[in-house]
Design a protein around this ligand. Structure first.
Ligand code: PMV
Length: 333
């Protein structure tokens, strides 16, 4: 079986700083691309079936892979994923795989990919696989750095994601990176974004819209605080955002236990992502990140001290792999 081409895409992880859940309804959010990379190696062969690490069944079990392939004219690929992200941790593993695979399938080389197009396509694929959600994760990974999604226009506009199922559009803007380290801690409890987002949908249907409005207003203040690099204010807003997420019903006794264990030792700490498991994000006082990470470890979570990744999803290398030295182009539809 001849290998036709090979592409390697590297994606950062992400942590939502403000506005998860509310962003699904068009309220603003702020999100960070973080330096926890996922590497997706894609090889194309002259065959019909596609595999994950050689397994056809493994490939079919991951809806993000199936949908990404369906959205291109590619076939006969093998995908191999190496990630520093725990799965279903709220740190962007699904979006990393989606955007990484799409980039590998649609870009001939590192300079031929357009992040705006990739972000729009990645959202379509993630939505098709998940059935709910906003473009927050996929756009953060495609943009890199710090971004607002649906903000009121403080930053430089990067792109706009068209509406999906009567929600949106979402404007994606570049915000400055204040240059701080952050601490994320995986609770060890995998979260199910689709389920939690649907449960929030029911609460919203039953009249909990004021919480979303308050989260949106808070995220706008968060955008201003990021522009001023006002660390104390960002921390304060993170604590407030967590209380609102708890009010929305996406916390749990275990998450509260973890947050309580570190709260007084941080400037701010909150759920990041869908909640009901997944991860929490903390902002420590300058230089105290390792100590906070240690506290997180003591309560049985898996902590990471991270920085913002200025780079979004990118193609790492595309070496010729055919015997002639030519590298046939992957489909670019
Ligand atoms: O899938 P997660 O845990 O990274 O959550 C994404 C953030 C939500 O706002 C809860 C959903 C979404 O699609 O925006």
């Amino acid at each position: 079986m001849q290998e036709l081409w090979r592409r390697v895409a590297v994606s950062p992880g992400k942590a939502i700083l403000f506005g998860e859940h509310a962003v699904v309804y068009g309220y603003p959010a702020v999100s960070l691309a973080i330096d926890l990379p996922t590497t997706t190696v894609v090889r194309a062969f002259d065959r019909e079936t596609s595999t994950l690490d050689g397994s056809e069944e493994g490939f079919q079990r991951i809806p993000y892979l199936v949908q990404a392939l369906r959205s291109t004219s590619a076939k006969g690929i093998d995908v191999s994923i190496r990630s520093s992200l725990p799965r279903a941790s709220g740190l962007g593993s699904s979006a990393a795989v989606t955007s990484g695979l799409l980039m590998a399938l649609t870009s001939k080389n590192a300079s031929s990919s357009d992040p705006a197009t990739l972000a729009a396509r990645s959202y379509e694929v993630e939505f098709a696989a998940q059935g709910v959600g906003s473009p927050a994760d996929t756009s953060t990974l495609c943009a890199g750095g710090v971004v607002s999604i649906g903000g009121s226009g403080y930053g430089k506009n990067l792109w706009q994601i068209p509406p999906m199922n009567h929600r949106g559009p979402w404007k994606v803007d570049r915000l400055p990176d204040p240059g701080w380290s952050w601490v994320v801690a995986y609770t060890g409890i995998p979260k199910a974004t689709g389920k939690v987002v649907s449960a929030v949908g029911q609460a919203v249907g039953a009249g909990k819209t004021d919480v979303l409005e308050r989260i949106g207003a808070l995220a706008e203040r968060g955008i201003a605080a990021i522009f001023r690099a006002d660390r104390d204010e960002v921390g304060k807003l993170m604590n407030e955002n967590h209380r609102l997420l708890a009010e929305l019903g996406v916390s749990s006794p275990r998450i509260e236990e973890i947050i309580e264990a570190v709260r007084s030792e941080t400037l701010g700490v909150k759920i990041t992502g869908a909640g009901k498991g997944g991860s929490v994000l903390a902002l420590a006082r300058p230089g105290e990140e390792s100590r906070v990470a240690h506290l997180f470890a003591q309560v049985g979570t898996v902590p990471f001290v991270v920085r913002v990744s200025s780079s979004g999803v990118r193609l790492q290398l595309s070496g010729p792999t055919s015997p002639t030295g030519a590298s046939p182009a992957p489909p670019s539809s």
